[in-house]
Design a protein around this ligand. Structure first.
Ligand SMILES: Nc1ncnc2c1ncn2[C@@H]1O[C@H](COP(=O)(O)OP(=O)(O)OP(=O)(O)O)[C@@H](O)[C@H]1O
Ligand SMILES: [Mg+2]
Length: 250
């Protein structure tokens, strides 16, 4: 469903993403991990057509994002790291706008918008302007928008940031259900517990390169750690223990 081939993005001479080749299957939940600045968001922007690659190709649902942009974009839903929602729309208006943009039939919108507002506990705020929403409420509204048009491929950049525990749990359950129905999910996250519990496969980026990719068990083997949790595996693969000498000075 997502096919990346030699994907590269350079900013000046610096390669933020360097020859990334990766395939994500239908119905798979893929977790994209890596330290700050590793190239995760840059990859998300290239997958979703927001940023033009320096080299390489992206195919989503069989469509080349560079040449069949519209078809590829229609197959995708994006939750960016900083979701933008027009502040002068109400929550309900925003969802209507998204529904119209993606060609959702009017009767479906009439039925589903109240359901989605209810699901995310936004019903009492549906008539209020988005500018009055808290960060987590905006995040939930963007997720509701995604569910309204039900894309085949979901691309999410840190979707859990700012959600309270109940909403976080709800979103995890939603992702599982969508994946079981065949939706493909590509998700950047720093929350290793979510990565471990939710994702079928993980990829770890360091300085623009995919250094490890596979199930948690496969990564454990790769990191040559026995019995480690994902944090231990991640730190072993990304050299995260290097600062321990510095800590002595604190
Ligand atoms: N528009 C830009 N111009 C120049 N450099 C950029 C630009 N966007 C990103 N970069 C650089 O590309 C690299 C990768 O950034 P990116 O945002 O993809 O990282 P990330 O893995 O998403 O990190 P984080 O975990 O902090 O979100 C960084 O070195 C960043 O400074
Ligand atoms: Mg990022």
């Amino acid at each position: 469903m997502i096919e990346l081939e030699g994907l590269t993005k350079r900013f000046g001479t610096h390669a933020a993403v360097d020859g990334l080749t990766l395939t994500v299957a239908p119905g798979e939940i893929f977790g994209f991990l890596g330290p700050n600045g590793a190239g995760k968001t840059t990859t998300v922007k290239m997958i979703t057509g927001l940023l033009k690659p320096t080299a390489g190709t992206v195919r989503v649902a069989g469509f080349d994002v560079a040449s069949r942009t519209l078809e590829a974009k229609r197959a995708m839903g994006l939750v960016p790291d900083e979701p933008f929602v027009y502040p002068k729309l109400t929550g309900t208006e925003y969802l209507r706008f998204i529904g119209e943009l993606y060609g959702v039939a009017l009767p479906d919108m009439r039925r589903r918008i109240p359901e989605l507002l209810e699901l995310f506990e936004l019903t009492p705020r549906g008539g209020e302007l988005v500018e009055s929403y808290s960060h987590g409420m905006r995040q939930k509204l963007v997720l509701a928008g995604i569910l309204l048009h039900e894309p085949k491929v979901l691309v999410l950049d840190e979707p859990m940031v700012g959600l309270d525990p109940k909403s976080g749990r709800l979103v995890k359950d939603i992702f599982k259900r969508l994946a079981a129905r065949g939706t493909t999910i590509f998700m950047c996250t720093h929350v290793l517990e979510i990565a471990e519990k939710l994702c079928d496969r993980l990829g770890i980026m360091i300085e623009g390169r995919l250094v490890a990719c596979g199930t948690v068990a496969e990564l454990r083997e790769r990191a040559q750690t026995t019995g480690s949790d994902l944090e231990g595996i991640f730190l072993s693969l990304t050299g995260g223990a290097e600062y321990s000498a510095l800590l002595r000075y604190l």
